[in-house]
Structures are given as C-alpha cells and as structure tokens.
Design a protein around this ligand. Structure first.
Ligand code: SF4
Length: 447
C-alpha cells in the first residue's frame, strides 16, 4: 500500500504554491495525499513567520501531533518547511520536544523526499535532517507541481526580495531577489493551460521588478505580453507589484491586454509619510496617492486592494488618522490589515522600540477594519442590478447546488449552479451584496 502524506499550509500564496510543489515531489516519490494526520506517514507543516501569531500556530500544531502520538500511538515523520523553518532552523527540534523530524528551508524543498526517507530510518541522525541552504537555483521541474486549484495556476516569476522594509522578515527567510528565466515561466504557463487552468497568477515579492535573466530587454510588461499570447489562458493575475516600480508602459499594456484582470494589489502599509519612512518603503503618502490617480485615469474600472499595518513603532494618533483618511480617499475593494509585531532579525526589531500599547493597536485595527468594511459594502452594493462576468472557481461547501467565482476585479460572486460550471465564465445578474461577496443568478451563458 502506498505511503500517505499530509501538507498543512500557513501564510501567503507563495507558501500555498510551495506546498503544491512539495505535494508533487512527494507523489513523484510514491506517496499519496490524505486529509488526516492520523492516516499520514508524513506530515509537512509549511510555516509562515510574517506575523507572530502565524508562527505560534506551528507550535500549537506540533503540540497536537505530540498528543496524537502519545494517545493513539501514531507517530508520522513530521517535516517543518517554510519561513519559520528557515528562521529557527535547528532550534525547532528542541522547541518541538522531539515531534519535528525534518527541518527544510524555503529554498531547499526539492530535497524533501530524500530527507523524509532518511528520517523514517530507525538510525536517522537528526542533525543530518536539516537543510537551510539558500540555493540560488530558481528552476523547478516542469509537470511535477500538484496544483490544488482547478482554475487558478500559481507560477513563480521571482524568488526572494532585496527591499529590506524594516518590518519584514522575507529577505531573511526567502533570500535575495532572483529572477526566473522567461522561458521557464512561459513553459509552466503553457503547461498550466494544457492541464485545463484558464487563470494564471504570477507570483513574486515585487513582480513589477521582473527582468528576464536571459533577455534584459524583457521587463514585467514584456513578460505579461508574452503570457497573454499563451493559448488557453483566459485570465492573468499577479501579486504583488510594488508602488515604486510602476511604469507608464505597464499601465498602457494593462489597458490594452484584455486577459489581464482589472485588479491591482497595491500594498501601502501606512497612510503617514513619516511612518512609511521608518518602514523603509521609499515612497510617500503623496507619491502613492499620485500613483493611485494615474492608475485610475488609465484604468477607470480597476479595483484596488492593499496591505496595512497598524501600531508600527512611532505611529501616533495623528499618523493613524492619516491611514484612516487614506483608506477613505482610495476606497479599496479589500484589505489585509495587521497589528504590528516585531519579527526577528528585522531592522524595526533591532532599532525601533515596539512602543504602541497592545490595547491601542487593537483599538486602531478595529477602527480601520470597520471603515474598510463600510467601504467594501458600498462598493459591492453598487454592483446590485448590474451584470458581471464570473470565472467560476469553487463549489459551495455548505450547499451542493451553489458555486462561486470571481469577477475580473476579484469580487467574489455566489450563485445557484452545479459544480460542472467550475472553470467556465458565466455572466451573472447581481441581486444582493454583503461586505465580502455578492449573490446573483447566472445569465445567458449558463446551461
Ligand atoms: Fe517584505 Fe518589503 Fe520585500 Fe515586500 S517589498 S517582501 S514587505 S521587504
């Protein structure tokens, strides 16, 4: 009987995609997927350390696996991957009290099957079951990735980041910025289209910094133009562009190329120029708002989303007020917002005291999220009575007669319909709206 694996993923789309790659590698080595740790011969926990809470989840989960081993006698090989693995390394063995068997860094996942096999041997030596090497190789064998999403295919274009924003752990956990060859990217996009994925999402910490290593004349816009030519791809998304790297040519291409979705995730992090400076974001409130104006002038139907941190060191009440006023001004369609927590090794952790009290951070995030929810509700309510094109991507977990999908602007639309619609673009008449999604009836393209 084939051995079984379970991968549990925390964190960003980059981690989700790394899990898809690790699943493919384990299947190549003869493992089969399972949803239950109690059934698994190997459990991989793909961790995130961008927020403190995400890191705590690893140790909570390891505690649960320890209880499973002592109460049920089932003791699978446990491999820790992702940013916490890269950051904590060997210390995870000690802190997990013997539950973790393998620690594998973000750039070493191709060695996972080998380390898992070694760990299963009775004479395995723990110290040889750790690989944190920051390999520079950004290639990945074509056809191995086991894509979890039937509609959207993630394709990495850049690994790592050189920006060193003062709050961010990514340059330490994912290494310096490395561009993937354009030929590799296009081969993977073709493979995704051939395996029935109508949507591709290009991934990188700063996608619009892309420059093809084999063709320096090809920047991110050139790459988008090439991806646009791939037959079978109907929608192109990407995450995330950096506000500092927008060009006129990019905005013109976005307007001219219909497969590029009308959605831009434009991380701002704060509405205060002074806070942005101590975050080392290298733009100001004014230059960000100027960019928003240029984007909206060029793409009037674009939806914007963002990331925001509240309670960063030195964020006064006035600075937080500037964040609120920026949100009211830009009117984002969605937002990921977080309370600041110092991350190990970062410049903010070393140099900026975490001075905003926890209850004040909580008060600020509650106020920010309430403001954002009101804006989202209004933007979604404006869709009621209109028709929108929706690429159906999921069946409802609660009702088997309902499906959902997304508009080009990334608005989630729910509708009655069969799971057979997944992968099809349906025109939907929107009838009602909430803060996070809208509901409607399928129109003219439905069966
Ligand atoms: Fe982190 Fe800044 Fe790089 Fe984004 S741009 S990954 S926030 S260092």
């Amino acid at each position: 009987m084939a051995k079984k694996y379970l991968i549990e993923t925390f964190g960003c789309q980059m981690n989700v995609h790394d899990s898809e790659r690790m699943a493919g590698l384990l299947e190549q080595a003869g493992f089969e997927a399972t949803d239950e740790a109690a059934d698994a011969d190997v459990v991989v926990i793909n961790t995130c350390s961008v927020r403190e809470r995400a890191e705590e989840k690893l140790y909570t989960r390891l505690g649960e696996l320890r209880i499973m081993a002592s109460e049920q006698g089932h003791d699978p090989v446990v491999a820790i991957a992702g940013c916490v693995a890269q950051q904590e390394g060997e210390a995870i063995f000690k802190r997990s009290a013997g539950v973790a068997d393998v620690v594998i860094g973000t750039q070493a996942i191709r060695r996972l099957p080998m380390l898992v096999e070694q760990a299963a041997r009775p004479d395995a030596d723990r110290l040889s079951l750790i690989d944190l090497n920051p390999y520079d190789d950004v290639t990945f064998p074509l056809g191995v990735t086991r894509r979890a999403d039937p509609v959207k295919a993630y394709v990495t274009i850049i690994e790592g980041c050189n920006e060193f924003c003062s709050f961010c752990v990514v340059p330490y956990t994912r290494g310096h910025e490395r561009m993937r060859p354009k030929a590799d990217i296009l081969a993977e996009v073709r493979e995704a289209a051939d395996s029935g994925h109508p949507e591709v999402q290009l991934l990188g910490q700063i996608v619009n910094h892309y420059e093809a290593p084999e063709d320096p004349a090809c920047d991110f816009t050139g790459l988008l133009e090439a991806v646009h030519e791939v037959p079978g791809i109907e929608r192109i998304r990407f995450a995330s562009p950096h506000p500092r790297h927008f060009t006129r040519r990019f905005l013109e291409a976005m307007r001219a190329l219909p497969k590029i979705c009308r959605h831009l995730h434009l991380p701002v992090q704060s509405g205060s120029t002074r806070v942005l400076e101590s975050m080392r974001r290298r733009y100001t409130r004014e230059s960000y708002l100027d960019l928003v104006d240029r984007i909206r002038e060029s793409l009037p139907d674009v939806a914007l989303s963002t990331d925001m941190i509240v309670g960063f060191p030195g964020e006064t009440e006035r600075a937080f007020g500037e964040t609120l006023s920026l949100v009211e001004h830009v009117r984002y369609h969605s937002m990921f917002s977080f309370k600041y927590s110092p991350r190990p090794n970062t410049l903010a952790d070393k140099r900026l005291p975490d001075g905003v009290p926890e209850d004040e951070k909580t008060r600020r995030i509650v106020a920010l999220q309430a403001a954002q929810r009101a804006i989202q509700s209004e933007l979604n309510a404006a869709l009621v009575g209109t028709q929108v094109d929706v690429l159906v991507d999921a069946a409802s977990r609660r009702r088997d007669t309902e499906v959902s999908g997304r508009t080009s602007q990334n608005v989630v639309v729910n509708m009655p319909g069969p799971a057979a619609w997944i992968g099809r673009t349906i025109t939907v008449a929107v009838e009602r709206a909430g803060a996070h999604s809208v509901w409607g009836q399928a129109g003219r393209y439905a069966d």
